[in-house]
Design a protein around this ligand. Structure first.
Ligand SMILES: [Zn+2]
Length: 380
């Protein structure tokens, strides 16, 4: 039996736009459809608007998602920045705030800023916590999606197994999802620019290197939530550079923003970007070489997945075409032509907002899923 949650799904997908279409499509009785639709309208999930074209008689009203009613709050945490945003249920931003803050300050300080930031955004928008239907947080580490806890991260000492969801829920009692940043960014890019593309691979190169994979509109996480952990593929085990993970020869120890900064005598990947943008020839040459080094790993990934688009995100996306050029050169040269025939290799379209958008989309998909909608309706 199709529930109200299933009916909402049909409306969201655009499969059915009116009560009549719902009756015809589902085969359910008029009274059952009326009951389901009325409950969804009462709870503010959908509204009736406009008029559908019809062949005469009273024109039927169109059922549509009410995306302004409910709010989503998102925190995007990077190695050296933190950002909070308030969005509606179409992932449109209603307010945003960001600061330079190092994540290795630890969870107490960072999460305290996040919770206070959420409250400030609500106050500024004149909305209350009762309007919030879900919260998402993305951060630069491997996350157990079921518990919302950090499994391992070399950039976030002190966060391992920290009860992030429980801490935030003390202030906001709504569903809270935690996700790895590259995975969230991949979903954001897919949703914003590439929804016609069945598979997308996003590479984030900032301080470290991570990847996110979207297959058929869903984040692919892997058995141990470790899918996309390509920064620590060991390319040259005899290399003398030691990686943040303690091993030698990881691609991150040669091609990450951290590695480039060390080679150029700079403090951070942002400094590398500044040098490249200023036209420093050594910085440009090393950046392109780093792109080629990562390209070796990406050629394998592209051959395995055959994605429609490979998106470069993170600080290195801001080096103009330089990092991307290195990647393109090697991926096209080392892959079979028909694997890359329809492959776009591009820099991020959303820039530093990819994490915010992807995390908002993830929360939106969760709270509007049939299971969650039915659960919410049955609990009044
Ligand atoms: Zn490593």
């Amino acid at each position: 039996m199709l529930t109200a949650g299933n009916i909402l799904q049909l409306i969201r997908e655009g499969t059915c736009r009116t009560r009549k279409e719902l009756i015809e499509y589902t085969g359910l009785s008029r009274s059952t459809i009326t009951d389901r639709v009325d409950r969804l309208i009462e709870a503010g999930y959908i509204h009736e608007s406009g008029v559908a074209s019809s062949g005469g008689g009273r024109p039927p009203s169109v059922l549509d998602i009410d995306s302004a009613n409910r709010l989503v709050m998102v925190a995007d945490l990077g190695a050296a920045h933190a950002r909070v945003a308030l969005t509606d249920l179409a992932a449109r931003t209603l307010g945003e705030e960001s600061v330079e803050m190092r994540i290795d300050l630890g969870p107490d300080l960072v999460l305290n800023w996040v919770v206070e930031g959420f409250q400030r955004l609500l106050d500024r928008a004149g909305r209350s916590a009762d309007d919030v239907c879900g919260i998402g947080i993305d951060l630069p580490g491997s996350v157990d999606h079921k518990t919302g806890r950090v499994l391992r991260s070399f950039l976030m000492p002190g966060w391992d197994d920290h009860p992030i969801r429980e801490v935030v829920r003390d202030s906001f009692d709504v569903p809270i999802l935690v996700e790895n940043d590259a995975k969230a960014m991949a979903l954001g890019e897919w949703w914003w620019h590439w929804r016609d593309c069945p598979s997308l691979l996003l590479i984030k190169v900032s301080t470290g290197i991570g990847a996110g994979i979207v297959l058929d509109g869903r984040i692919y996480r892997g058995v141990e939530e470790a899918a996309g952990n390509i920064g620590h593929v060991r390319l040259r085990e005899t290399d003398d550079r030691v990686c943040t993970c303690g091993s030698r020869g990881c691609v991150a120890s040669m091609a990450s923003g951290h590695a480039l900064a060390a080679d150029l005598g700079q403090a951070s990947s942002r400094d590398v970007v500044r040098l490249v943008q200023a036209g420093d020839p050594t910085a440009i040459a090393l950046t392109q070489e780093a792109g080629r080094t990562l390209g070796v790993v990406l050629a394998t990934a592209v051959s395995l997945l055959n994605p429609g688009v490979l998106v470069l995100a993170g600080d290195m996306a801001d080096t103009g075409e330089h990092y991307l050029t290195g990647i393109r050169e090697i991926v096209y040269r080392r892959s079979l032509p028909y694997t890359t025939r329809n492959l776009d290799i591009v820099t991020t379209g959303l820039g530093d907002r990819a994490g915010i958008v992807g995390t908002a989309v993830m929360v939106m998909e969760h709270v509007l899923s049939p299971e969650e909608v039915d659960l919410a309706l049955n609990h009044g």
